[in-house]
Design a protein around this ligand. Structure first.
Ligand code: COA
Length: 259
């Protein structure tokens, strides 16, 4: 697939998607949103891809939705644009392969929302985060008002959403918005190392952990742990479970096949 506003490279089973519109700080216009949708579908379908690393070219991860496109939108256009973006981001969140945002710079508005839709976030020490929509007289449209409180808690989310304040990587780590902060030069190597660790685990187990967390968080605890028990039982019938346990008892690394 030929992309114009992002790059898509596969190496060692990791698809690296680099948002590549640096002159506009990688702001998400409709065309870029369309390419992100194609890229995440491609990553999901390709059998040589086991994990996704998402990052940005230049000094931004993504500086938000493209304000130049939002300025003239009607109420109907705005709702449709939000729903479309939400569908694209939900694909990152529900991909049965791990998605990791390597946040290299500004992650504002839709950029922070895109990072939150990934399963994990690593931040460069120069990264900046925020939901500045209130400064523009709007609310987040790509899930920020819902994923932010789920990640950092209601009070901290309210603070960021109501002030539009930008926070640095250290503060993002302190409130639990990112998993780790690393020096800028180490961001991509650290992201690849983390995904390589996950790729060595049972792929069916990884996919079911992702699904259990994603679905379970919005259930009550009894339903959620029932879901967990069903996955625990299901994976007991897998070749990967037999291999993982046999390898442990044989004191050798497991060779998983994803079945
Ligand atoms: N939408 C459209 N264009 C954007 C953009 C966005 N969200 N964010 C940055 N850009 C563009 C700027 O308009 C500028 O384009 P130009 O060179 O053609 O004028 C270019 O990217 C560089 O941005 P600039 O503002 O000059 O860089 P800066 O270092 O002074 O400031 C930011 C960086 C991130 C603080 C600032 O660009 C900003 O506040 N962006 C908007 C963030 C936002 O509100 N996002 C939520 C949108 S819903």
């Amino acid at each position: 697939m030929a992309y114009e506003l992002l790059t898509f490279d596969v190496a060692d089973r990791i698809a690296t998607i680099t948002v590549n519109r640096p002159d506009k700080l990688n702001a998400l216009n409709d065309a870029l949103m369309g390419e992100l949708q194609l890229a995440i579908v491609e990553a999901g379908e390709r059998t040589d891809v086991g994990a996704v690393l998402l990052t940005g070219a230049g000094r931004a991860f993504v500086a938000g939705a493209d304000i130049a496109e939002l300025v003239g939108q009607s109420a109907v256009d705005g709702k449709a644009r939000a729903e479309r973006g939400q569908r694209v981001f939900r694909r990152f969140e529900t991909l049965p392969k791990p998605t990791l945002a390597a946040v290299n710079g500004f992650a504002l508005g839709g950029g922070c929302e895109l990072a939150m839709a990934c399963h994990m976030r690593l931040a460069s020490d120069v990264a900046k985060f925020g939901q500045p929509e209130v400064k523009l007289g709007i609310v987040p449209g790509f899930g920020g008002s819902q994923r932010l409180p789920r990640l950092v808690g209601k009070g901290r989310a309210m603070h960021l959403l109501l002030t539009g304040e930008t926070i640095d990587a250290a503060e993002a780590y302190r409130i639990g918005l990112v998993n780790r902060v690393v020096p800028a030069a180490e961001l991509l190597p650290a992201a690849r190392a983390l995904l390589t660790t996950i790729l060595a685990q049972g792929p069916l187990a990884v996919a079911h952990c992702i699904e259990a967390v994603d679905r379970g968080l919005d259930m009550d605890l009894d339903d959620a742990i029932a879901l967990e028990a069903s996955y625990f039982g299901l994976l007991s019938a897998s070749a990967d479970k037999a291999e993982g346990m046999r390898a442990f008892l044989d004191k050798r690394p497991a060779q998983f096949v994803g079945r």
